[in-house]
Ligand binder design. Structure first.
Ligand code: GDP
Ligand code: IMO
Ligand code: MG
Length: 422
């Protein structure tokens, strides 16, 4: 299969988990390289639904190795809960999961600070998942973070945690929030450390040994291009590089060993949390929510929905170097009479065919639409390209052309089998 980076080409929740599950069949190793348990990747296998947050989605296939790389921020207590939850569902996790020594940890003060900062921002809030992601990456950049390697050294962890809790309690007090108990946090996280230590290794060495053996590695992106800390709609973004480059820094695998980039996108657009979404449309949101779709896999929040935005996906193609596209949730448009696709933005007299960096300009932008006749036929049983209605094929070919990448996979339902290779 070659070494493949999979990224979200929109605002997250594109269906990356489902496509990772499909592509894992041909991979040996699946690696998460950024983000944390703000991610929620859904995989449906034989009627069973799994939601993965920190554990790579490849864990659901037998004989595959999964790695949580150095670029991920890991809440050890949440990871233990996730592993235990998966085991209860019959998923085998032992020698098939590895956790990087140098991954930074999310600790309770990060979660508290995330919540306090959001509250204090009032109507300017980001709408974070409140998983402590921003404060944890903030500590990493400020060189005050604690890493997994510190957790598995009891004496070092105790002294570092004590210092960090003292300092963060002062900040929490300034917000008027309750200070944290060192004793409780220490006990909870030490227990998690004891549980997790069997998984902890130098993942850079492990991955390079795999490369030397000729293994195929699949890099499981989290979030999406427009949530990237550099390329997204700042400040309404997450705190990591969600674009293809993040796979290299977050794993220690150099760029020239990457063979292909797959961009996942929905046949329409969704976003959860605040920030601009030029094609947002209440009608399509109501339709999808009435179908029981588009509720967040991590927080349960209803996702904002809109028409497909090819200005955004073309930009995603550029910054990620997308070679192949996987288009998901095509069946979500089965009943729509006329489907719109955004092909440009207009802000007064100004016309854009790229996503402007000025967030205020982007918020003012009105989409310019092209229209496609809907196919108004169920597509969920299609298994081959030829099974799809002609209008669906025309629509999908247009999305690929407008996004400037090759269409490779079409998804017509959440199930593994509801996948079409193009
Ligand atoms: P991720 O974060 O990119 O992995 O995406 P999420 O799992 O958060 O959200 C995608 C949602 O779409 C999940 O509920 C998936 O089960 C579902 N899904 C993925 N592909 C398809 C599809 O082609 N059709 C339908 N109906 N659902 C899909
Ligand atoms: P997956 O991997 C969709 C959004 C949040 C918020 C912003 C910042 O499932 O696609 P954070 O908690 O990261 O500080 O929140 O980013 N966000 C996501 N939206 N899918 C995700 O992950 C997301 N992870 C974070 O809603 O707007
Ligand atoms: Mg998700």
């Amino acid at each position: 299969m070659a070494n493949t980076i999979l990224v979200g080409a929109q605002w997250g929740d594109e269906g990356k988990g489902k496509i990772i599950d499909v592509l894992t069949e041909e991979a040996d190793i699946v690696v998460r390289t950024q983000g944390g348990n703000n991610a929620g990747h859904t995989v449906h296998i034989k009627g069973q639904k799994y939601i993965l947050h920190l554990v790579p989605s490849g864990i659901l296939r037998k004989n595959k190795v999964c790695v949580i790389g150095n670029g991920v921020v890991v809440d050890p207590v949440s990871l233990v809960e996730e592993i235990e939850g998966l085991r209860k569902l019959g998923v085998r996790i032992d020698k098939n999961l590895y956790l990087s020594e140098t991954a930074h940890m999310v600790l309770p003060y990060h979660r508290e600070l995330d919540a306090q900062r959001e509250t204090s921002k009032g109507k300017n809030k980001i709408g974070t998942t409140k998983r402590g992601i921003g404060p944890a990456y903030g500590d990493k950049a400020a060189r005050t973070g604690l890493r997994v390697i510190d957790l598995v050294d009891p004496a070092r962890f105790k002294s570092q945690l004590e210092t960090r809790i003292k300092e963060n309690n002062e900040i929490l007090k300034a917000f008027g929030a309750q200070p944290l108990s060192f004793k409780k946090v220490h006990a909870d996280y030490r227990a998690a450390g004891d549980y997790l230590k069997r998984f902890v290794v130098n993942t850079v060495v492990l991955l390079h040994e795999a490369l030397r053996r000729g293994d195929d590695i699949l890099f499981e992106g989290a979030q999406g291009t427009f949530l990237d800390i550099d390329h997204g709609t700042y400040p309404f973004v997450t705190s990591s590089n969600t674009t293809a480059g993040g796979a290299c820094t977050g794993s220690g695998i150099p760029p020239h060993r990457m063979d292909r980039v797959v961009g996942v996108m929905k046949a329409y657009t969704t976003r959860v949390g605040e920030g601009p979404l030029p094609t947002e449309n209440a009608e399509i949101a109501d339709m999808l929510h009435a179908m029981g779709r588009e509720f967040g896999a991590t927080t349960g929040r209803p996702r904002r929905c809109g028409w497909f935005d090819s200005v955004a996906t073309r930009h995603a193609g550029m910054v990620n170097g997308i070679d192949e596209l996987a288009v998901t949730n095509v069946d979500g448009l089965d009943s729509v009479e006329t489907i719109k696709v955004c092909i440009g933005y207009r802000d007064g007299a100004q016309h854009y065919d790229y996503v402007p960096n000025d967030i205020e300009a982007l918020s003012r932008c009105q989409p310019i639409y092209a229209e496609f006749p809907g196919w108004r036929t169920p597509t969920h049983n299609a298994r081959k390209w030829k099974d799809l209605p002609v209008r669906t094929r025309t629509y999908l070919k247009a999305l690929a052309e407008l996004s400037d990448a090759k269409l490779a996979i079409v998804s017509v339902g959440p199930g593994r089998e509801q996948t079409i290779a193009v």
